[in-house]
Design a protein around this ligand. Structure first.
Ligand code: MOS
Length: 745
């Protein structure tokens, strides 16, 4: 059997800044999203959302709604059809307990209390209006309440549930300088451009779904479970998502209700949530209150790092923001503790949202580090370098790779950090604006999930590669095809990539920044499998120049097989296959991280973000004028797309630092700003001078491709960097995010 020399190389494809292969389809409107699906006989669904956050629905005017022309049915708890799977249980690891009209109770504002099915969207909207719900309302709990807190262990991607080493109390008590500060972060909502949608159609007990999903196979398993049908009876089409950010990894109550309605009424049903209904049943990032206690000795070494995070969950399920995890992996504190506490509120269940845990946690940690550096009279970067962790604090595991020092150096040089005055309020620009510089360390774990893929080499030298991956806009269609093309030794143009449909091999979860590593690993394995088969054919074929190569190493490049040690012995794929009956060759592969690999090394992406803000000394308006992020995330498959991910993450960081906050009315529990006019996100005018640098890392441990992931880390260092820059500009230490004008007055 020939030996295949197909370690992952930067062939002609990977490493290239290829533009999105689906870009033209998207900008011309040719790309069909879930809600573009319009089967004949389509009914339109709309949920009636609860206007209170806690209590009961006492009356719905169902007769009035059903008598409106075009309204076909109103589903309520009184007539909700049978659902096989108990919504109080969770069919998969990416599931939450869902609200599907189980009873008349209301557990959060925006919870579906009825669903109207109608011939037109307008009739559905009028039907919802005519329901005129009446309630027996109770006082809702919508703010974090220390009194009601209880300990939780939320876990997180690739991190232990809790960390404790050393005597934290003694270390904090004995510190030369000590800090005890509390930071808060606001509730946030994902607000993907495309709201949650589904077009559901039943034929007998077969279910066809057009539904944007970050986890196709897992979603199918969940829907099969809810409806009591075999998983192979579910087909799910999700070629494109208009953003996801974690919220589309998990089946939601409104989507399950629409599928149920389609079954009961025997007609296809479409639901697309209005923006306002995205604030409730589809997850959010819970608020946190984080207490950080730090201590240093005479040499400025961290002797104590204690991070406790209080966060919310709903009254009926458990998801806590694992914010204190951010302190587990970064600084070499002699005593280290991270703990979490939870509170039940009358809100929808929170869920993972871009950089869950680390986004909120690093905001607090990086500001606390800045405060400690200030106390010590040290430059914040110098203080971090003094406490640089050579092995993972807490576990002592070596890092699979960690080019964080390079990120610090590169980012600082590009930013001009060396010119930063130590004390605040020292810099003004020509217009008299206060100028401040701050920095933060970025980190996010590099987890992997499980994926499978298939590759087929055609007799004409083209190939088809297939995996049910999810492209939320991050460029999976492109980066994954680049990996597959290199595994097959083909130029990208010769590779057709099929994805986004559940009939394809399971592409795993687009989450945790692990999709490229996981689905890419499976595609690499599938391509390598095809080349192995082709090499067997060629080396056994007396007519091939590769005949008899035996254990000589065979590799593929530019549509040819060749011997690594004698490149004159080469043959085109087409020629080999032509003599072999002109048939195609199909191979398969899978990827997952062996548990022993995960135990042996700590695996994270790292980075350093440097921010410049300008603050109007009278109006206190804050502008982020420069952001430089330097990141090390293993091998970068497509620099253009990776930079875009990092830019996007950093822009999210601007939003978290300055804009995003859902306000609950304390009387009703409703989100007062449940739209994009009131829920502020950064727009172009808020984003100037953004720069991303990447540090190349060779990581032989993380996975065969050497990929760590870039989807989430950009958020993490940025929030703290901006908070610290605001302090540096104004001398005011604001310990709540987002930082508002009124905080600085
Ligand atoms: Mo991401 S919040 O892991 O989809």
């Amino acid at each position: 059997m020939p030996e295949i020399a197909q370690p992952f190389r930067f062939g002609s494809n990977a490493g290239q800044p290829v533009t999105r292969r689906d870009g033209i389809a998207k900008v011309t409107g040719a790309a069909a999203f879930a809600a573009d699906t319009a089967p004949a006989g389509l009914l339109h669904a709309l949920c009636a959302p609860a206007a209170i956050a806690r209590g009961r629905v006492t009356h719905l005017d169902i007769a009035r709604a059903e008598s409106h022309p075009g309204v076909v049915r109103v589903l309520t708890p009184a007539n909700r059809p049978f659902l096989e799977g108990d919504p109080a249980e969770k069919p998969t690891m990416f599931s939450f307990r869902i609200e599907v009209l189980q009873d008349d109770s209301v557990r959060y504002a925006g919870q579906p209390i009825a669903m109207v099915l109608a011939e037109t969207p307008e009739a559905a909207a009028e039907g919802v209006r005519l329901l005129n719900p009446q309630y027996a309302a109770e006082t809702p709990r919508v703010t974090l309440d220390e009194e009601a807190a209880y300990p939780v262990e939320p876990g997180g991607f690739g991190r232990p549930a809790a960390t404790l080493h050393g005597d934290i109390e003694a270390a904090h008590g004995a510190a030369t300088r000590a800090l005890d500060v509390t930071y808060t972060t606001a509730p946030q909502y994902h607000n993907a451009m495309e709201t949650h949608a589904v077009v559901a159609e039943w034929t007998g007990d077969r279910l066809h779904l057009a539904l944007p999903s970050q986890a196709l196979a897992m979603s199918c398993a969940a829907y099969a479970w809810f409806f009591g049908i075999p998983v192979e009876n579910v087909t799910l089409s999700s070629p494109y998502l208009g953003g996801g950010f974690g919220s589309k990894a998990i089946p939601t109550g409104p989507q399950v209700l629409a599928i149920l309605a389609a079954r009961v009424l025997g007609r296809p049903v479409k639901l697309m949530l209005p923006r306002a209904q995205m604030f409730g049943p589809t997850g959010h990032r819970g608020a946190t209150r984080q207490r950080l206690r730090l201590g240093i000795d005479d040499d400025f070494a961290l002797t104590a790092l204690d991070h406790d995070s209080l966060s919310e969950t709903s009254s009926f399920d458990d998801f806590h923001e694992p914010a204190a995890n951010a302190s587990q992996g970064l600084y070499a504190a002699q005593a280290l503790r991270s703990t979490h506490r939870g509170v039940r509120l009358d809100v929808g269940t929170p869920g993972p949202m871009r950089a869950p845990g680390e986004a909120s946690g690093s905001a607090a940690l990086e500001c606390a580090m800045d405060e400690m550096a200030e106390q010590a009279g040290l430059d914040p970067l110098a203080f971090r370098l003094l406490n640089y962790a050579e092995t993972e604090p807490g576990t002592g595991r070596p890092y699979s790779s960690k080019a964080l020092r390079d990120c610090y150096r590169l980012g600082a040089e590009r930013f001009g950090w060396a010119h930063r005055p130590l004390t605040p309020r020292q810099m003004r620009d020509a217009e008299g604006m206060l100028v401040g510089w701050g920095m933060g360390t970025a980190l996010f774990p590099a987890p992997m999930f499980q994926a499978q893929a298939r590759a087929t080499l055609n007799p004409d030298g083209t190939a088809l590669v297939e995996t049910a991956a999810a492209d939320m806009g991050q460029g999976a269609w492109t980066a994954l095809a680049q990996i597959a093309a290199d595994a097959l030794g083909l130029p990208l143009e010769k590779v057709t990539f099929h994805s986004g449909h559940s009939s394809l091999p399971d592409g795993g979860v687009a989450g945790g920044s692990g999709h490229t590593a996981t689905a890419g690993g499976a595609l690499h394995a599938a391509g390598t499998d095809v080349i192995r088969q082709l090499a067997e054919i060629a080396t056994a074929d007396p007519a091939s120049p590769l005949h008899g190569a035996g254990n000589a190493r065979v590799a593929a490049r530019d549509g040819q097989l060749f011997l690594v040690d004698d490149e004159t012995r080469a043959e085109a794929f087409e020629a080999i296959l032509a003599r072999h009956g002109g048939q195609s060759l199909t191979g398969g592969g899978s990827a997952a991280r062996p548990p022993e690999d995960a135990q042996r090394h700590a695996m994270s992406s790292h980075g350093a973000v440097f921010a410049e803000v300008k603050v109007d000394p009278e109006l206190c308006q804050v502008r982020v004028t420069r952001l430089v992020g330097a990141f090390a995330a293993g091998r970068i498959i497509n620099p253009r797309l990776a930079d875009s991910q990092l830019y996007g993450g950093m822009i999210w960081g601007i939003g978290m630092a300055l804009h995003e906050e859902a306000h609950h009315d304390p009387r009703t529990g409703r989100v007062l700003n449940a739209d994009l006019a009131g829920y502020h996100v950064p727009v172009n005018a808020d984003v100037t001078g953004l720069e991303v640098l990447t540090v190349h890392e060779e990581d032989p441990h993380v996975n065969i491709l050497g990929i760590k992931g870039v989807g989430e880390i950009g958020v993490t260092g940025t929030v703290g960097a901006i908070g610290n820059a605001i302090w540096h500009a104004t001398g005011k230490r604001i310990r709540r995010f987002p930082i508002r004008i009124e905080d600085l007055l």
